[in-house]
Design a protein around this ligand. Structure first.
Ligand code: PBG
Length: 331
């Protein structure tokens, strides 16, 4: 046997020679159809406000939100996820389920204007609406009361579905939140409302810029480690994902994305429902900051990151780079 048969020189490199060949053999494609754009709408402002830690992302008025959604729709982006910032907050976060709350008003307006051309996802949590910044109702000892919180999640789901949400996305990491919301929706004629569960949501420091975007500070310097997952654990993520599917989740999510590609890949090999991954605020901002310093080519790194999330097994990618990536993909 010649040494070349045993160690065939050029065997791999032949397939990398031209761009057309590389396209032929490429295993993973990213598409505009994979993207969901996170959008913020704020009560009581007259002009959209740029979020300084998230370059290119704004707190919208109802009017500027509509324009933004229209431009995303024209690019072919199939979904948006909405976060609301109320003018005033209270202990229980009642703005989250107020029929005249900012997200409900936005959902109504967008549904009226865009019908089913844009999938409207409503983040379902109360942290943007509570004075203490936690994702639920606090008990006497200052921890979040799981079961009392489920009650207000149910009300929020109904308010969102009534207003026109196609998908409710519970992000509070309370136990039993998916079955609780599914029951509430089903018994109120919202059997078609999809549940996208933030199933494996880690207590991550990568949410920093998001908290600027929604004006949230957790009172007393607290954190969410009492309900979000410890980033040391991956088996636990699979247990959470499977529990959510058995409770009725239609789509499950891993969040953040890039530090958790192993979790996405594991989930992909073990479950058959669509998997979403949230490329979170900090993951976006790091690239933007390095780009602004001239330290790396922001566009290329962003596309490499998004493709890696797809390669790991995500079907849906929530990303602040959705619009920019769609423009790049359109060429
Ligand atoms: C909770 C929620 C958060 C994010 C999405 N939904 C914040 C948190 O858990 O503290 C973070 C998203 C991001 O960082 O981009 N409503």
């Amino acid at each position: 046997m010649s040494i070349n048969a045993q160690f065939p020189a050029w065997r791999s490199r032949r397939l990398r020679r031209t761009s057309a060949i590389r396209r032929l053999v490429s295993e993973t494609q990213i598409s505009i159809d994979d993207f969901v754009a996170p959008l913020f709408v704020k009560e009581g402002i007259k002009e959209p406000q740029q979020i300084s830690s998230l370059p290119g992302v704004f707190q919208h008025t109802l009017e500027s939100l509509k324009l933004e959604v229209d431009s995303l729709r024209k690019l072919g982006i199939p979904g948006i996820i909405l976060f609301g910032i109320p003018e005033s907050k209270d202990e229980v976060g009642s703005g989250a389920w107020d029929p005249d709350g900012i997200v409900q008003l936005a959902l109504k307006d967008l549904k009226e204007n865009f019908g089913d051309e844009m999938t409207l996802i409503a983040d379902l949590c109360v942290d943007e609406y509570t004075s203490h910044g936690h994702c639920g109702i606090l008990s006497q000892d200052g921890t979040v009361d799981n079961d009392a919180t489920l009650e207000i999640y149910n009300q929020t789901a109904l308010a969102q579905a009534d207003a026109g949400a196609d998908i409710c996305a519970p992000s509070g990491m309370m136990d039993g939140q998916v079955s609780s919301i599914r029951n509430a929706l089903d018994s109120n004629n919202h059997t078609q409302t999809i549940i996208l569960a933030y199933s494996a949501k880690y207590a991550s420091s990568l949410y920093g810029p998001f908290r600027d975007a929604v004006d949230v500070t957790i009172k007393g310097g607290g954190d969410r480690r009492g309900y979000q997952q410890d980033y040391a654990n991956s088996r636990e993520a699979l247990a959470e994902i499977k529990a959510d599917i058995s409770e009725g989740a239609d789509i499950v999510m891993v969040k953040p994305a890039l530090s958790y590609l192993d979790v996405i890949a594991k989930a992909r090999s073990e479950v058959d429902v669509p998997i979403a991954a949230y490329h979170v605020s900090g993951e976006y901002s790091m690239v933007k900051a390095a780009e602004a310093n001239g330290w790396l080519d922001g566009e290329s790194v962003m596309m490499e990151h998004l493709l890696s999330i797809k390669r790991a097994g995500a079907d849906i990618i929530l990303t602040y780079a959705a619009k920019q990536a769609a423009e790049i993909l359109q060429g």
